[in-house]
Design a protein around this ligand. Sequence first.
Ligand code: MLT
Length: 409
Amino acid sequence: MARINDHYLKLKAGYLFPEIARRVRAFAEAHPDAPIIKMGIGDVTEPLPEACRTAMIRAVEEMGDPATFRGYGPEQGYEWLRQAIAQHDFQARGCDIDASEIFVSDGSKCDCGNILDILGHENTIAVTDPVYPVYVDTNVMAGHTGPANDRGEYAGLIYLPITAENQFTASIPTQKVDVIYLCFPNNPTGAVATCEHLQEWVNYARAHGSLILFDAAYEAYISEPGIPHSIYEVEGARECAIEFRSFSKTAGFTGTRCAFTVVPKSLKGQAGDGSRVDLWSLWYRRQSTKFNGVSYIVQRGAEAVYTEAGQAQVKGLIRFYLENARIIREQLMAAGIQVYGGVNAPYVWVKAPAGLSSWDFFDKLLHRCHVVGTPGSGFGSAGEGYFRLSAFNSRANVEEAMRRITSTF
Ligand code: MLT
């Protein structure tokens, strides 16, 4: 019999979102008439921007003509898309990032997990608590941790608590950590980092030779001025950080699939013999071996995000979801419920009413209000007592969900 990867057996029962879906399905089967409103997983609901659709339709037509048909594309992504990304998302913000440092992919979640292919097993790894579960579970799968304790914390991982007391931004560790996952705007708390805070992390990473894995999938939701959209806005980040970005939440691509990862050519890691090696070369080697690129059609759709029309339409989408977030925040606050986030992020981090655990609140919301959210404890033990509501929904659903919640709690 083939041996399995035993590390999978250390994983807690199910990945958070399928586990929620399982509970919701069970409830819906028992109560087929309950009008359930889902504000759990952060999945977009509004249609793809017209500029993207038009570009994709044109690309489909090109694929039907022998003169313009395309087979395999470059594994790293088409040059025209990487140029558009480098110019609009980085150079226009003063970041020294070149198109050759962009790797187009089919998702940030995949890239966050796949990046472990090029990192060794000896690294000490730090995550915030609460945290996007993918960072933790992919490290468990790769054998970078011991078993979980009864709080769900894996031996060998360093957990940095983020709470209301520290404005949901972790303090810089006192010990040496080799790899640090940071996510801003934060999933799940909706918090953002100032340039000063990111500078502290970059200074720490450079002093200790650490690598920062910076997830900026929600960057487009930053609505307040003065907040960095990229870690490369901070001095020295090219020497210590990889950044993950996505079209999923920016342009409604969760089902269409397109994202990108930035690996600066100046970024080095240490080999077993002590020599310094470019992470860019390793990632390029990994991608060209295990990945064949994103479809031409989808990359043309992503490129259209950077046109004038695309930018206007994407901004409209973001405004729409942020207005949902505002409604959630304000209605809950008016009902005396403590909330965080939701200003520069599509997530509102809600303090469960006194005496209720995260899963208690989940069950009560599901059974009494027929509203689904995500229990904070599913993101880590420091998320206990919190609950995440996603602003990705129709306006009518958000208003109805708030009406039900505020009339119940
Ligand atoms: C979430 O709800 O946290 C996101 O949808 C997860 C993801 O983007 O993979």
